[in-house]
Design a protein. Structure first.
Length: 234
């Protein structure tokens, strides 16, 4: 067992010095994730502390049998802790009813994915939950963490790079909030942005869920991005 794994094992056993040393050695990793949330209305030092909490949870939850690097396991834990704070306690508030429906939708999606072997179509999800397609779109947008301008699709695109101007995330969060801007789009354009840039699906996967062709998804994506760009420039 190399030195890093030995240190991780000591930290898992409750060795405080080992935990502190791991935090020090991985501070760069934590900060790299914190920077994704710049402009969300929370001080960077506070976000770093949240990232440290997520990191420690990763230390405690990591299983050597996973067959993956610890950093690969730790990154979503760090980001998840920050997103959870922003969603539940941070500058963007989400009502309890929407949270509960969001959990219902998540459970239904997982169940249908297992049953169907693919992502459920919106009509299938609506039928399974009794929630209208329009409300599903609104709930999905409302429960998205506000870091997603930097989140990559399957092709490696980000909404930030697609909109193409420096500092756009700060402007969007401060003036409108991302979800508020997207909510101005017509339903299919809104869902296209949601699935492509927030759920990180390919155009083909998005087309299958929306029940349209891949060419139509491409057109919807271009049209909605153009509208967002104009909205942000006002």
């Amino acid at each position: 067992m190399n030195e890093r794994l030995a240190l991780l094992e000591q930290a898992q056993k409750g060795d405080e010095k080992a935990c502190n040393r791991m935090l020090e050695e991985n501070s760069g990793l934590i900060w790299s994730i914190v920077r994704r949330y710049h402009g969300c209305g929370v001080e960077s030092d506070d976000l770093y502390q949240l990232g440290c909490i997520g990191f420690i949870k990763a230390v405690k939850g990591f299983d050597f049998a996973y067959g993956t690097q610890f950093s690969t396991y730790a990154v979503p834990k760090i980001a998840g802790e920050i997103r959870r704070f922003l969603r539940d306690d941070g500058a963007v508030k989400v009502g309890r009813t929407i949270k509960e429906k969001g959990q219902t939708l998540w459970s239904a999606r997982e169940r249908l994915r297992q049953q169907l072997g693919r992502e459920a179509h919106l009509s299938e999800l609506s039928e399974a939950t009794g929630i209208s397609v329009e409300e599903i779109a609104s709930i999905d947008i409302a429960t998205i963490a506000p870091e997603s301008l930097q989140q990559e699709t399957a092709e490696g695109l980000t909404l930030e790079s697609t909109l193409g101007t420096d500092g756009e995330e700060d402007k969007l969060v401060e003036r409108l909030a991302l979800r508020q801007a997207i909510d101005t789009l017509p339903e299919k354009e809104r869902m296209t942005i949601l699935l492509r840039f927030f759920k990180c699906l390919t155009q083909q996967q998005t087309a299958r869920i929306l029940g349209v062709s891949q060419v139509q998804v491409s057109r919807l994506e271009r049209r909605s991005l153009a509208k967002l760009r104009l909205y942000l420039e006002e």
